[in-house]
Ligand binder design. Structure first.
Ligand SMILES: Nc1ncnc2c1ncn2[C@@H]1O[C@H](COP(=O)(O)OP(=O)(O)OP(=O)(O)O)[C@@H](O)[C@H]1O
Length: 372
């Protein structure tokens, strides 16, 4: 556990970077510090490993004030990842990572084998080991940075805007990688970002800081989205916070219709009962072929030659959220989301209207749960 206890930091020029910060970062959790530029996120992070020292207040790590710890010894237990990975440009990838175990006394061979294992763990195969950092993409360099930070097997990992120098697609990949890695290694991670979406995706808990270095709210992402503490937090979360909240509700158990799903193998023509409405046409294996606009086609239309419209991405009830189901319905020409199993077989469909009702139920249920 890391505890900030009334921590303040004033720089010599009089700037107050952090003002009365008190919060607990539970062991094994991923906590995100988020807020607009200049609100004291980096200063707060660097006070954990004593790169910056507080003006007043205390930071406790494992029950001990970090200021009472030898700085080098303290940092050995704290991995640190920064924006541009901060790799040694003249060392190969494997040597960048092996440097840390070497410093800790491992033989060259042991250090390299540990480094290779860590590179594998962050998704970089052996073909990257001999390259230099400049021969890697930004995202690959960030992975090496994470592998190096993990090389001493530190219980704590500090990450300062680790993914902000890479493009949005790579960034999403790296975020998912970090979540996967964290599920395996369960470190105590403190991550700084100015991107609220990143904070909500990654954080078990999110500390929203405001200009002047004070804490606006510290809560789990779903709680932030449901009950922002004030207008500053609500505004920082953005206008689509209701839709983002849907990411926290599973799409399992939604009532699905199968009466407007028509199998190609059982019907050669659009049955009369369906003329006038959209039907989903499937193949012999229940895989979706596309939506047929019954109103435009009329009964008796041959299913084999009808014009079908794409179902889009559909959603998988077991693994997707209500947000994915809603997205699927909004993008569908028929206004229905298609539920697919893991083999992309059709389980049924749900309309936007039915989904809206389910969303209202989910919100109601969550606010009842939140009530004392
Ligand atoms: N060495 C320093 N001397 C004086 N003021 C500083 C120093 N370092 C940071 N500051 C100021 O302290 C405040 C907090 O800075 P900090 O870097 O912690 O913010 P941040 O939230 O991480 O910002 P960003 O998102 O832009 O990186 C800012 O106003 C900054 O200008």
């Amino acid at each position: 556990m890391i505890t900030f206890d009334e921590v303040c930091k004033q720089y010599p020029d009089g700037t107050t970077a952090v003002d009365g910060l008190s919060l607990d970062v539970p062991s094994g959790s991923l906590t995100v510090f988020v807020g607009p530029s200049g609100c004291g996120k980096t200063t707060s992070l660097r006070m954990i490993n004593r790169m910056i020292e507080p003006t007043s207040g205390r930071i406790m790590l494992g029950g001990q004030d970090v200021l009472t710890r030898d700085a080098h010894h303290l940092r050995r237990g704290i991995g640190y990842v920064i924006q541009h990975a901060g790799l040694f440009p003249h060392r190969t990838v494997i040597d960048n990572v092996a440097t840390v175990p070497r410093l800790l006394g491992a033989s060259r061979r042991e250090a390299r084998s540990r480094a290779a294992e860590l590179l594998e763990r962050v998704g970089l195969g052996s073909e990257f080991a001999k390259r230099y950092p400049s021969q890697l993409s930004g995202g690959q360099q960030q992975r090496v940075g994470v592998a190096r930070a993990l090389a001493a097997d530190p219980p704590v990992l500090l990450m300062d805007e680790p993914f902000s120098a890479v493009d949005p697609v790579v960034r999403k990949d790296l975020q998912q990688e970090l979540l996967r890695l964290q599920s395996e290694i369960s470190k105590t991670i403190v991550l700084v970002t100015h991107d609220i979406d990143e904070a909500i995706t990654l954080g078990d808990r999110v500390a929203v800081m405001r200009p002047g270095g004070t804490l606006a709210q510290y809560a789990a992402p779903a709680e932030l989205l449901t009950e922002p503490a004030d207008d500053f937090v609500a505004e920082f979360l953005g206008l689509d916070r209701g839709v983002r909240l849907l990411s926290f509700f599973g799409a399992n158990g939604l009532p699905l219709r199968t009466d407007i799903v028509v199998s190609h193998s059982r019907h050669e023509q659009l049955p009369a009962a369906h003329s006038g409405e959209w039907v989903l046409v499937t193949d012999d294996d229940d895989r979706p072929l596309g939506w047929l606009d019954g109103a435009a086609s009329g009964d008796g239309t041959s299913l084999g030659s009808a014009t079908l419209h794409s179902i889009g991405h559909g959603y998988t009830p077991e693994t997707d959220s209500l947000r994915a189901a809603l997205d699927s319905a909004v993008l569908s020409p028929s206004g229905h989301a298609v539920a697919l199993d893991g083999d992309r077989r059709v389980l049924g469909v749900i309309s936007q209207e039915d989904l809206a009702q389910q969303i209202r139920n989910a919100h109601l249920h969550s606010s009842r749960k939140a009530a004392p």
